[in-house]
Ligand binder design. Sequence first.
Ligand SMILES: Cc1cc2nc3c(=O)[nH]c(=O)nc-3n(C[C@H](O)[C@H](O)[C@H](O)COP(=O)(O)OP(=O)(O)OC[C@H]3O[C@@H](n4cnc5c(N)ncnc54)[C@H](O)[C@@H]3O)c2cc1C
Length: 425
Amino acid sequence: MDTYDCIIVGTGPAGLGAAFHLSANRSDLRLLLIDKERLSTGGLRHDCKMNFTYPVGFPADSWTREQAEHYLELVVQHLNPSFMNKTGLETYQRRAERLDVRLLDIRQYHLGTDGGLRLIKSLMTEIERRGIEVSLGETVVGAEPADRRIVTNRRDIGYGNLILAPGRGGFRFLQTAMKKAGVHYQDNIVDIGIRIETREERYPIIRDYYDPKFYFPGLVRTFCTNSGSAYVVKERYETREGRHYYSVNGHAYSNSRKKNGLVNFALLKTVTLTAPLASGQEFAEMLGCQAMLLGGDRPIMQRVGDFRVGKRSKAETFCDDLFDFQPTLADCAAGDISLAVPGKIMRNIWRSMKLLDTVVPGVLHPGTIMYYPEVKLYANKPSFIDDYFRAAEHIYLVGDGAGTSRGITAAWASGMRAADGILSS
Ligand SMILES: Cc1cc2nc3c(=O)[nH]c(=O)nc-3n(C[C@H](O)[C@H](O)[C@H](O)COP(=O)(O)OP(=O)(O)OC[C@H]3O[C@@H](n4cnc5c(N)ncnc54)[C@H](O)[C@@H]3O)c2cc1C
């Protein structure tokens, strides 16, 4: 059986952060990066918008500002971002403050979906140049912590240390691995919301601030704004029982692509459930399935003009008169999202939309589209036994899957933090 000093599962930003940091500090270590895909997935591959300011992407229960800022400076050295300019921020912030809304001033860098692919290729070339072994298209099916080996669909491999960074999509894999390693975990928060799509002139702030981060009362926030050449997409998810649902998302291409004049962004409400409900994840999955039931196995979309008067949207009038642009996600059912979104969540989101329209007038134009559901699941939160995301002897859990990040830069930082744990042991 082959044995490595460290095996890293996942070539997303968390896995890459760990690999680069380990190899930079200990070139003698034998490292293996494994991924079931042929290319890294997630945000590096879709849109690749990076935020370099705490607290965006850094869950407060895993990171202090000082820790995040320390690692963010190292992430900057690796990814060499060109930060985007912002203009007129004070005016928007003044308007927001009057309404108890916060607009964060975030350092941002946007590569676009095509730029992200180029970045992945150059990072993988550098990984190879450093002599880190990479195995793509190989799925890790489990870990055997007692004899320090992992089992893949091809072989058994021994490890000195193991870093698991399987992302949000690796939710179930991580849960099984945690059970096997005796790691205690608890339920995590879920984010549930809608995605807005409108004409750029109805959300002109994006000309001043690429991905404006608004925080509204009621734990609602704007998330992942895309413009220029921007599209709404749907992603397929499977529940524990094998049912599936689609969550919407958004991305944009780099500036070199033809612009479509549209902008999209999510409005997400964070939901923390406590006893007697056992699992926020299952709650969110049920909402996803319910939306599929109402949308005929597709997400639902509704024009603001219909929503505000309590009417469902219909396919035959969806692009009529004031409803003056085609939805970029065509495979979606015109309907009534208020039938599908829980009342409390919908009230909070609608209130946030009205507040947003007061800060940036235009977004409540009748033609604006609301897509549902946009669901963000995070794996169950492990109990860590040290400050380096070590969850069991020689096992570190990092990235979005382990709940230690919610974005590219924080995921990269969490991988580096686990690497520091290994370097200091
Ligand atoms: C459509 C989309 C757009 C996004 N846009 C942005 C954005 O613009 N900016 C931003 O900051 N964030 C964005 N995100 C979020 C971002 O992708 C994540 O925060 C980030 O990628 C998390 O990094 P990670 O390394 O934890 O996981 P991931 O990037 O998801 O990587 C996990 C890797 O582990 C592999 N893996 C999983 N299980 C196994 C297994 N059993 N065996 C082997 N390999 C396995 C997966 O194939 C995957 O490559 C986006 C996410 C999506 C889905």
